[in-house]
Design a protein around this ligand. Structure first.
Ligand SMILES: [Fe+2]
Ligand SMILES: [Fe+2]
Length: 308
């Protein structure tokens, strides 16, 4: 079934960054439609779709961020972490989760004629080509979005705004660089003196792992990996938890909460982001062919069954 074409021209550097930023909102619009994304172009430079209703889409994005920014409060995140941190929903392997995500198809997506698992593998395989020795990063590529199972009915079918989109710290002031910052004015934390200062409930260079992030698939997958005692390096957990934290990796905000380990890991997040979200391409992946490699990585870094 596979037609592997030698696509290898990942857009890097400032140009790539610019392109990715431009596509990011479109991705959220796509998420808003059904949870999975197809940006107009990706890091491989492919074009996917043209939006006719540009303004309607823009409304969708604003709406999405409005709901997200108003509802992601410190208390909300605390409750979600407590609830989903119980990991009492299902036991399954990493690969089974990839397949479960496969079932959650965005039918509004006209370009999505391949199973989700191929898209996960496209990210992983693109990283593998460019960083052949970093097997942990290949696996990170495969699993970083598995938290999107929160959209699945068996995980409570959370709304889009509580699963996808940019993430940001709660419990301290919302940085101006966060997309559609204006909506935070309606978030109760915005006017709560306990949460609206530069440090809020945190202290200088306390480390991002002490910081509560807005709830979504990133933090959930981080919890799953950590609580199931993955042996992946801390850089992998960092990538998983902060891959949608755009105000950090694009604007450099919240550095005052980072410790030395965070600083070291940030370098990997920058690398990873060149492949994330925009790796959808017409390059088909032969799932059966690469599966043994990824199963061996899963075996290396995870228990056979994980609690979700
Ligand atoms: Fe993601
Ligand atoms: Fe992703």
């Amino acid at each position: 079934m596979t037609i592997l074409i030698g696509q290898h021209d990942v857009v890097t550097g400032y140009e790539g960054e610019k392109k990715m930023q431009a596509n990011r909102e479109k991705e959220v619009a796509q998420h808003h439609d059904g949870g999975f994304s197809v940006p107009e172009t990706n890091s491989f430079g492919h074009t996917f779709r043209n939006y006719d209703a540009e303004s309607a889409r823009q409304d969708g994005v604003e709406n999405f961020y409005g709901t997200n920014h108003i509802n992601q409060t410190y208390d909300f995140v605390k409750r979600m972490r407590e609830e989903y941190g119980k990991l009492n929903r299902v036991e399954m392997s990493i690969w089974e989760c990839c397949e479960l995500l496969n079932d959650v198809v965005d039918e509004s997506d006209p370009d999505l004629d391949e199973p989700q698992i191929e898209h996960l593998l496209q990210t992983a395989e693109a990283i593998r080509r460019d960083y052949p020795d970093e097997d942990w990063l290949h696996l990170t590529g495969l699993i970083h979005d598995l938290g999107k199972v929160l959209l699945h009915w068996s995980f409570g079918e959370l709304p889009q705004w509580a699963v996808v989109g940019d993430t940001f710290p709660v419990g301290c002031a919302f940085d101006e660089s966060i997309v559609h910052h204006k909506y935070f004015k309606e978030n109760p934390d915005y006017s709560n003196p306990a949460y609206n200062t530069r440090y809020g409930v945190y202290s200088e260079r306390c480390g991002l792992d002490k910081v509560m992030m807005s709830w979504g698939h990133d933090d959930y997958m981080y919890l799953v990996a950590k609580e199931n005692k993955t042996t992946l390096p801390s850089a992998a957990l960092f990538v998983i938890r902060y891959h949608s934290f755009y105000s950090l990796h694009r604007s450099g905000a919240y550095r005052h909460l980072m410790n030395e380990e965070d600083e070291a890991n940030l370098k990997w997040l920058h690398i990873f982001n060149k492949y994330d979200l925009y790796s959808k391409s017409k390059v088909r992946i032969d799932v059966e062919k690469v599966k043994p490699y990824y199963l061996s990585l899963i075996e290396k870094y995870f228990p056979a069954k994980l609690k979700w």
